[in-house]
Design a protein around this ligand. Structure first.
Ligand code: HEC
Ligand code: HEC
Length: 203
C-alpha cells in the first residue's frame, strides 16, 4: 500500500469511527486508568446538552476537542521550559527513562502524538500537576512498555524484513485513535463470507 493510500485509509477509518457509536462511559475511573474518550476535562465537565439536572450520562469528548485540549497543554508546557526546547529531554525533564535522544520540544510533540493515536488527553497518563510522577499511573507504565516494544519493532524486526527502505511503525499503526486497537474491519465480515473476506463483493 502506498503512503498516500494508507493516509486516505486511515482518514476513512477515523471518519467512520468518529461517526459510529461512542464507547460506553466508564463509571468512576481510577486515576490514570480506563478508556478515556469519556474522561472529564480538567477544570470542569460541561453538562450533557439538553440534560438539565445532572446525572446525565457522560458524553465522550470529541476528538477535535481533545486535540485542542492537548495542544493547549503542550503550549503551556513549552512556556515553562522556554529557552530549553532544544536541549535533551532527559536533561530538561526529571523522569525520562525510555524516550531518550529527543529534544525537550520533540518529547512534547511525541506526547501529543500518543494522545492523538489513542484519542486520549494528557490526564489519561499523567497527573497534570506532576508530569514526572509514576506512582499509581498504570497507563503511563503501559505507554513506556509500548515505547520499548515499538523500538524493537522498528529497530530489529522491520529492518530484517525490509533491509532497504525500512518502513516505520508508530503508535497510530496499531491504535488508529482507539485505546484498544480493533480486531475487526469496518464494515464487519459478512456472514458466510470466504475466509479473509471483509466486504460483500462490489457491485
Ligand atoms: C499514552 C500515555 C501518555 C500521554 C497521553 C501523555 N504522556 Fe507524557 N509521558 C508519558 C510517558 C510514558 C512518559 C515518560 C517517558 C519516558 O520515561 O521516557 C511521559 C513523560 C512526560 C513528560 C516528562 C515529565 C518529566 O519531568 O519527566 C512531560 C512533560 C509530559 N509527558 C507531558 C505530556 C503532555 C503535555 C501530554 C499531553 C499533550 C502528555 N504528556 C500525554 C506518557 C503519556
Ligand atoms: C503492534 C501494535 C501496537 C503498537 C505499535 C502500539 N500499541 Fe499500544 N496497545 C496495543 C494493544 C494490542 C493493546 C491492548 C489493548 C487492549 O487492552 O485491548 C495496547 C494497549 C495500550 C495501552 C493501554 C490501553 C488501555 O486501555 O489499557 C496504552 C497506554 C498504549 N497501548 C499506548 C501505546 C503507545 C503510546 C504506543 C506508541 C509508542 C503504542 N501503544 C503502540 C498494540 C500496540
Amino acid at each position: 500500500m502506498t503512503v498516500t493510500r494508507l493516509i486516505v485509509f486511515a482518514g476513512a477509518v477515523a471518519v467512520v469511527l468518529s461517526c459510529s457509536s461512542s464507547p460506553s462511559p466508564t463509571p468512576s475511573p481510577s486515576p490514570g486508568a480506563g478508556p478515556t474518550t469519556s474522561a472529564a476535562p480538567p477544570g470542569g465537565t460541561p453538562g450533557a446538552p439538553g440534560a438539565p439536572g445532572g446525572n446525565a450520562p457522560r458524553v465522550p469528548i470529541p476528538r477535535d476537542s481533545l486535540d485542542k485540549l492537548r495542544a493547549g497543554r503542550v503550549q503551556a508546557m513549552l512556556r515553562t521550559i522556554a529557552g530549553h526546547e532544544n536541549e535533551p529531554a532527559e536533561q530538561v525533564f526529571k523522569n525520562v527513562q525510555v524516550l531518550k535522544g529527543l529534544t525537550a520540544g520533540e518529547l512534547l510533540n511525541k506526547m501529543d502524538e500518543f494522545g492523538h493515536a489513542l484519542s486520549w488527553g494528557c490526564n489519561n497518563c499523567h497527573r497534570l500537576n506532576d508530569f514526572a510522577a509514576d506512582s499509581g499511573l498504570r497507563n503511563k507504565a503501559r505507554a513506556r512498555a509500548m515505547v520499548t516494544m515499538l523500538a524493537d519493532i522498528n529497530g530489529q524486526y522491520l529492518p530484517k524484513i525490509f533491509p532497504t527502505n525500512t518502513p516505520k511503525a508508530t503508535c497510530m499503526t496499531c491504535h488508529r485513535g482507539e485505546n484498544s486497537p480493533s480486531q475487526t474491519m469496518v464494515p464487519p465480515r459478512m456472514p458466510g463470507a470466504a475466509p479473509g473476506a471483509t466486504r460483500p463483493p462490489a457491485g
